[in-house]
Design a protein around this ligand. Structure first.
Ligand code: SAH
Ligand code: SF4
Ligand code: F3S
Length: 467
């Protein structure tokens, strides 16, 4: 899923993080990130903790002294990719050793947490394995592996320790940044590995988040996306709505987003914030997974299709232009044709601006893996196709509806063509326009002239800065 230029990254995709090789870097670090936005955030923080050891980023694994794979366990495919990547890295490591050099290979993230022992057994070239709550220990682990093999596994479940060890200072790569505010999940949807790989729900204290947000703003960040596997379950002071209002007061921070939310935790205070806080962008990623109550119950989603639709209606009553995004799973065990049609019906009723949809992937150890009525691959494939056709059509219609409107666009970087910049609309659409580089980091009025499936194109409205 990368219609959003790599920022709104989700399971199964990968982004290299932008190399910012410092002049003082003596050693080279290559990080490959799989999975969700929380892994993108974690990869940046890993680069931060390794910088004082002299590691600077490189884009080429062959040049790296240290390779980190930050992995995702959500679907089988995501996990298998890690093992095939490790096979290739092993060859690079051997080539380096033959030339008298050394390469350290670390596996981080959710596969590390879920199958650390197995990784080390299946691929002896791996020097160390570090879970999502333990990467602040990377410098120490690396020092240890350099001294001796052994003690290669760090996978505990204490996010607090990790955040206490991380500095609020960051070196963001752009004008929009991720900021993790909550970790873990207590929902136990029957298909999902996250409660096992990330542990229980835990929220960072609001002061620590504010300090990090201030540090980002001081370095030119104008948009933050607050992250959590269940971000709207944020349990710090004032809940997520309180946190958003607090961060909205920070000078220079003009846009706030959050992801991912669970329908169950969408409270009135958060809905009201969408009506009242201008910095809170009109975009909501609110996964529903399916439109059949029978399937939703088997998924342990704790909401019905009707409940979800009423919630969307309430949110739209507060913020009529809000763009709704979602996640869907087709072919959950026991899903019949009529159940699937209920999903299509729900999609038609909501009208999504954007969405992600997946074939159900059987994950060992999750309750749904043992359910009867596993759906044949060909049926899953056909349903996914039908669902995606509908979602694409809706996304196209949502984008087309912006033509002729003037939208505030936060320019983030150079566009594909020379002289062009690309930025984001409030609805998270990529917007291309001819604009000078000095407008990177500014929010500029752009008149939308045309819409494509995944982006918009427009021209600057009299070069006017509107925020
Ligand atoms: N906490 C978030 C994100 C979870 S993972 C949420 O609840 O929305 C992101 C998405 O991956 C999920 O929303 C779901 O649609 C999908 N997913 C999770 N487990 C899956 C599985 N076993 N097979 C297929 N898709 C899955
Ligand atoms: Fe997984 Fe459900 Fe938790 Fe989301 S809410 S992370 S889908 S268990
Ligand atoms: Fe994947 Fe872990 Fe995120 S399993 S989706 S990287 S929380």
């Amino acid at each position: 899923m990368l219609p959003l230029g790599g920022r709104n990254l989700r399971a199964g995709t990968l982004t290299p993080i932008t190399p910012a090789m410092s002049a003082h870097a003596r050693k080279r670090l290559y990080i490959k990130t799989y999975g969700c936005q929380m892994n993108v955030y974690d990869s940046e923080r890993m680069a931060d903790v390794l910088a004082p050891l002299g590691y600077g980023l490189t884009e080429r694994p062959a040049d790296a002294d240290l390779v980190v794979l930050n992995t995702c366990h959500i679907r089988e495919k995501a996990t298998e990719k890690v093992y095939s990547e490790l096979g290739q890295l092993k060859r690079l490591k051997e080539a380096r050793a033959a030339a008298g050099g050394e390469m350290t290979i670390a596996v981080a993230g959710c596969v590390a947490q879920a199958e650390g022992e197995e990784i080390m057994r299946r691929q002896p070239a791996v020097d160390l394995v570090v879970g999502p709550q333990a990467y602040h220990q990377l410098p120490e682990l690396i020092a240890r592996t350099h001294r001796a093999r052994g003690e290669r596994l760090a996978a505990d479940f204490a996010p607090q320790t990790k955040f206490d060890a991380l500095s609020p200072e960051r070196r963001p790569g752009g004008v929009a940044a991720f900021l993790t505010v909550q970790e873990g999940c207590d929902k136990f949807c029957t298909f999902c590995v996250v409660p096992y790989t990330r542990g229980a729900e835990w929220s960072r204290p609001a002061e620590a988040i504010e300090a990090e947000a201030r540090a980002l703003a001081a370095r030119g960040v104008r948009e933050v996306t607050l992250l959590g596997q269940n971000v709207n379950a944020y349990a710090g002071e004032g809940g997520l709505a309180g946190l958003i209002r607090r961060l909205a007061r920070i000078e220079g921070l003009d846009r706030i987003r959050y992801t991912t939310s669970h329908p169950r935790d969408m409270d009135q205070a958060l809905i009201a914030a969408h009506a009242e806080v201008p910095e809170l962008m009109p975009y909501l990623h609110l996964p529903v997974q399916a439109g059949s109550d029978r399937v939703l119950k088997a998924m342990n989603r704790a909401h019905t299709a009707g409940g979800y639709l009423r919630l969307i209606e309430t949110i739209r009553a507060h913020r009529p232009d809000i763009a709704i995004s979602g996640d869907f799973i087709v072919g959950f065990p026991g899903e019949r044709e009529a159940d699937f049609e209920a999903t299509l019906e729900l999609v038609r009723e909501v009208g999504y601006a954007q969405a992600f949809s997946f074939k159900y992937s059987r994950r060992p150890g999750t309750p749904a893996a043992a359910l009867p009525g596993q759906v044949p691959e060909a049926v899953k494939e056909a349903r996914l196709h039908r669902l995606q056709a509908l979602l694409e059509e809706q996304q196209g219609a949502f984008n087309a509806a912006q033509a002729g409107r003037t939208l505030p666009v936060l320019f983030e970087k150079a566009g594909r063509r020379p002289g062009q910049l690309v930025g984001r609309s409030p609805y998270l659409q990529a917007v291309h326009a001819e604009a000078p580089d000095r407008l990177i980091g500014q929010i500029i009025a752009v008149r939308v002239e045309s819409a494509a499936a995944h982006s918009l194109a427009g021209r600057l409205e009299a070069g006017l800065e509107i925020a």
